[in-house]
Write a protein that binds this ligand. Sequence first.
Ligand code: ATP
Length: 239
Amino acid sequence: MSDALVELRGIAKGFGEGEARVQALSDITLSVAAGEVVGLRGPSGSGKSTLLNLVACILEPDAGLLRLAGETVWEGRWRRTDLRAFRRERIGFIFQFHNLLPFLDATDNVALAQTLNGVPLKAARQRARALLDYLQVGKRAAAMPAKLSGGEAQRVAIARALANHPRIILADEPTAALDSERAGVVMDLLRQVAREQAAAVLVVTHDEKIFSRFDRLVSLRDGRIEAESRPEKHELDVI
Ligand SMILES: Nc1ncnc2c1ncn2[C@@H]1O[C@H](COP(=O)(O)OP(=O)(O)OP(=O)(O)O)[C@@H](O)[C@H]1O
């Protein structure tokens, strides 16, 4: 038995028909284990977002096998019918720009993710505050998104992604809008989350200044995995 939380075997995905057809991904085999933080890099158009959206069950593969948290989710067809609930319970998503709702404070942005999942508001707010503390942004619990700095907002967005205890965390360019120091803090928090929550974290990034923070870096080119590397770890990595 593999301990992979994310497992893709021979995954392919194309868009369009006939001459307009684009083969976005071909024969992708990749796994991410509990506790692991994997970076996905590659030139524009190499298939990074498509891959992330397949793992998020937002796009449907054309071929291959997709297993998430030990369950076969797609093989020839969707094996789960309740994809929206599955996504809400198992997957946390972090975007390039925090995408917080502007009319809710930090606490309620994190609480809302839980109330949508059936958690009563009081308990949801309690967990939201604990998560904001955990992400070192507890002091800003009552702040509206417009009053948060970029780094603070991204930490609130991570808290929101963790709200429903997902084992799989997907992030699309989470540090692109941050300076080096804040990007380092966000990456260290993602690593902490991976270790402490035994989560699999998959991050799409162009951001060379954070490459050394990954356990593994997977390079895509023209929809295929071109290379995989293990960046050297620097205990006192100052970026
Ligand atoms: N919905 C779609 N319809 C048609 N073609 C698409 C669609 N989504 C992606 N593609 C194509 O699939 C290929 C891979 O795109 P994708 O967005 O996954 O690349 P990417 O590596 O994430 O690029 P970027 O770094 O610019 O975000 C590209 O050729 C793109 O034009």
